[in-house]
Design a protein around this ligand. Structure first.
Ligand code: HEC
Ligand code: HEC
Ligand code: HEC
Ligand code: HEC
Ligand code: HEC
Length: 216
């Protein structure tokens, strides 16, 4: 029987194959690394105006809904229009250099282009209104925004993060009156928990972790 390949050729082919597999692994690892979201809580994204949640939501106590007007009604919380800022800043700090882009936007009619801090890919379905109506508080997902001079992302927003909460949903809901509060979660009495469960009718863990719930 004659050999199809000489041993040396076989060795070269084998080495070549191993090299190819290694190269693929490196390419995949690099691609994953580049696609991974930047470390939660560490990256402050620059904005056209240095807007401070600490000042507005914390010190001045302005309700989230004053600026994020659609958070209870739609998938998206929405970012404030120039007009909303002007309800106060047409008088207040009118001439502050920090607000120049605001007045420019008012005169040109071009909206301020806020850079997104949170973004999940289009193939995953997220909806604010569902969470708000089931008593999931802003702080559960966005942290103590009232202490952020510059807004940062505190959660990874990865699938495992969504699933971890969906697996233990009853532990992450609270009274609807607490949803917008910037306070660490208060412990609920046994009576409040029973009342809450009766009111919210949470779906089964099976349903909440079903692929089609978030990939529709
Ligand atoms: C006076 C208006 C105002 C109020 C009140 C306000 N925000 Fe904001 N919010 C903004 C603006 C402007 C931005 C975009 C700039 C930035 O990211 O800082 C923003 C951005 C955000 C983002 C990040 C959006 C993204 O790009 O992913 C979150 C989360 C957020 N706000 C949560 C809250 C919560 C929670 C409250 C209530 C405690 C609140 N905000 C109150 C104006 C406001
Ligand atoms: C309900 C009134 C109100 C609204 C609406 C409002 N602001 Fe303010 N803003 C204030 C007050 C009050 C201060 C002073 C903050 C302080 O020192 O506590 C301020 C301060 C500021 C400052 C300078 C000081 C700082 O916080 O660093 C900037 C910049 C600013 N606002 C931008 C905005 C933008 C952009 C919007 C719209 C997204 C907006 N504001 C909406 C009341 C408001
Ligand atoms: C269950 C987790 C969760 C809760 C609760 C939650 N958010 Fe979000 N938020 C997200 C996710 C995830 C995104 C990114 C969504 C996307 O890319 O479509 C986001 C994005 C945002 C944005 C950016 C753009 C937009 O229009 O959606 C704002 C502003 C915001 N959230 C504000 C709020 C406020 C205010 C509350 C409380 C009333 C709140 N969120 C409650 C998870 C949450
Ligand atoms: C802190 C807890 C928490 C986090 C984090 C969270 N969710 Fe939820 N989610 C809930 C609760 C509670 C409900 C309401 C469950 C119910 O109606 O029984 C819900 C409901 C939903 C629903 C509606 C389910 C249905 O069919 O009615 C979708 C879709 C959803 N979440 C997507 C997401 C996605 C995508 C993420 C991650 C980006 C996420 N959620 C992160 C707590 C959370
Ligand atoms: C509670 C919401 C939720 C459920 C349930 C869910 N996913 Fe996801 N999934 C997401 C989100 C959000 C992302 C995007 C996260 C990211 O970019 O890391 C994602 C990303 C993915 C990806 C892209 C690859 C990756 O890991 O980034 C795949 C594949 C996937 N999901 C498959 C599934 C399958 C299969 C199931 C059912 C066993 C499922 N998902 C259930 C929310 C969910």
């Amino acid at each position: 029987m004659t050999q199809a390949f000489r041993p040396a050729t076989v060795l070269v082919l084998k080495l070549g194959f191993i090299g190819f597999v290694l190269a693929c692994a490196v390419v995949i690892a690099l691609a994953r690394w580049r696609m991974a979201p930047p470390g939660a809580g560490t990256t402050a994204i620059s904005q056209p105006i240095r807007f401070s949640h600490q000042h507005h939501a914390g010190d001045d106590g302005i309700d989230c809904r004053y600026c994020h007007t659609s958070v209870e009604k739609s998938r998206f919380a929405g970012l404030p229009s120039t007009d909303i800022c002007l309800t106060c800043h047409s008088q207040l700090f009118r001439d502050a250099p920090a607000l120049a882009p605001l007045h420019e936007s008012a005169s040109t009619g071009l909206p301020i282009r806020w850079n997104r801090v949170h973004k999940i890919p289009d193939f995953a379905y997220f909806d604010h209104s569902i969470h708000i109506s089931k008593g999931v508080a802003c702080i559960e997902c966005h942290g103590r925004v009232d202490r952020m001079p510059v807004l940062v992302r505190v959660a990874s927003l990865e699938m495992q993060w969504c699933l971890a909460c969906h697996r233990s949903a009853p532990q992450h809901v609270g009274p609807l009156s607490d949803v917008f509060l910037m306070q660490d979660k208060r412990p609920l009495s046994a009576q409040e928990v029973t009342q809450l469960n009766r009111m919210l009718h949470l779906q089964s863990t099976r349903r909440l972790t079903d692929c089609s719930t978030c990939h529709r």
